[in-house]
Ligand binder design. Structure first.
Ligand code: SF4
Ligand code: SF4
Length: 444
């Protein structure tokens, strides 16, 4: 056997191994379309590669053509080309009033002082919010996927989180411990991971990411929010892949609730430990005691990039996560924001927008909002659909190519996406072929 024949067979074996691994991965992920197509690819590759080999074994020069083609495709896939710098969210020029957040607005009941006061201030939202309130609230009878016992049990979890909102802050120990910021940063990160988070980062707290006024939770509605903490410790909690795959049905909101509860426990415990060292610390938890906007805070803390979907996209967990945070004055060393090609990829992908049943995610370009270029979400339409189905939907999270589990094959694709615009185009094409372009026909 000549060197060329040997090389040809090795290259063929690597390609078949890649598709074989993809078939196994897809079977484990219960993605039957991808698994069947990957098996077909293995069969086609084996047949074509061996067929060529048998045809040209005696005069192997033409075997160079497929070898060169594979090498070129691999080089193009990983060669750094065309990736631009992400738009930094830190440039934002204006704070958001939490009273304007959709989750606050949907709670204003007609006939109450809050309702009258709010819609005097923001009459432009009244019609759309009144229309929304005509539908049953989330997890209540009337939603498409309502199930008496399961929906009630999920509401219990949210009620538990609501009761925890009074534990987010408290007095500090009288004496502040003397700390070395480097050592303390390492210790805090270890603590967060030990408490159950899947990743953690520390950012400087940008005051523009602090809501201007209280809109939800136990604190007085409309009170100006003052949070001058220097740092935000942000962390991610992974959502179970199988549960997210059931979106927009009940298991996905079950998983959301469980992970919001987990994030709340982690942040409350962490804030308590920091206050015990004599430094102020405030946990920011769901349902709702957020004083800060978590996605940009987590992006500043180096946990990921904010995508078209409006969520943080993490390099390993994708959009399949829930965030938590503690703000504090404990001396720490902040991380730097990271970039792995998400914003470039989102410009051409648009899979979340294609599959959003309420058309809440734009298919167009970013627009400038509060001084930053971002994709404007129609949150009213999103929450309207939540009420129609009675869950928190999650279809956009499910279809996002970054939400695939971090297996070898998916990580290899992500490595290309991070470096090359061509790899991004090929990956989107591959994702559509193997997983489907439009996975839902569901609409409002
Ligand atoms: S959660 Fe559902 S309705 Fe809302 S933006 Fe995502 S896909 Fe659209
Ligand atoms: S589905 Fe595509 S466009 Fe949407 S957030 Fe994910 S990568 Fe970006």
């Amino acid at each position: 056997m000549t060197f060329l024949c040997g090389l040809y067979l090795v290259v063929g074996a690597i390609i078949c191994l890649f598709f074989g691994m993809f078939a196994v991965t897809s079977t484990r992920e219960r993605r039957s379309r991808a698994a069947i197509l990957a098996c077909c690819m293995v069969i086609v590759m084996v047949a074509a590669w061996l067929g060529l080999y048998l045809a040209y074994e005696s005069q192997p020069l033409p075997l160079m053509i497929p070898i060169v083609a594979v090498v070129l495709i691999t080089l193009v896939f990983f060669f750094p080309i065309g990736i631009r710098k992400p738009v930094p969210c830190a440039k934002v020029t204006e704070r958001v009033d939490e009273r304007d957040v959709m989750f606050a607005r949907e709670e204003y009941e007609a006939g109450t002082d809050k309702y009258e006061q709010y819609y005097r201030m923001r009459p432009e939202f009244k019609q759309v919010d009144d229309r929304l309130r005509k539908l049953p609230p989330l997890l209540h009878p009337g939603g498409r996927y309502y199930d008496a016992s399961r929906s009630e049990s999920i509401r219990d979890t949210f009620r538990t989180i609501s009761r925890m909102t009074v534990q987010v802050d408290g007095p500090c120990a009288a004496q502040s411990a003397i700390v070395d910021p480097d050592a303390m940063t390492a210790r805090i990160k270890n603590t967060v991971l030990e408490l159950g988070a899947d990743d953690v980062g520390i950012g400087p707290l940008n005051p523009q990411f602090v809501y201007s006024h209280v809109g939800r939770g136990p604190e007085p509605w409309g009170r100006p929010i003052v949070n001058t903490h220097k740092y935000a410790i942000a962390f991610a909690v992974e959502m179970d892949y199988d549960a997210v795959e059931t979106a927009p049905k009940l298991p996905t909101v079950e998983e959301s609730a469980a992970k919001y509860l987990k994030a709340a426990k982690i942040s409350i415990e962490l804030a308590e430990r920091i206050r015990a060292m004599g430094y102020p610390a405030r946990a920011h938890i769901s349902d709702s005691n957020y004083q800060i906007m978590l996605p940009p805070v987590a992006a500043d803390a180096g946990l990921g990039e904010v995508g078209r979907i409006g969520y943080l996209i993490h390099p390993r967990l994708g959009a399949r996560l829930r965030l938590g945070a503690v703000t504090t004055d404990l001396p720490l060393v902040p991380d730097k924001p990271i970039s792995f090609g998400v914003q470039d990829f989102c410009e051409i992908c648009k899979k979340c927008a294609t599959n959003c049943p309420s058309a809440a995610i734009p298919k167009g370009d970013r627009t400038v909002q509060r001084g930053v270029e971002k994709w404007p979400l129609a949150v009213e339409q999103c929450v309207y659909y939540w009420r129609v189905v009675g869950t928190d939907c999650g279809l956009c999270m499910k279809v996002c190519p970054y939400s695939h589990p971090p297996t070898f094959v998916h990580n290899l694709v992500r490595a290309g996406i991070k470096r090359s615009r061509i790899a991004q185009r090929l990956s989107i094409w591959g994702d559509d072929v193997f997983y489907g372009w439009k996975i839902t026909r569901d609409t409002i």
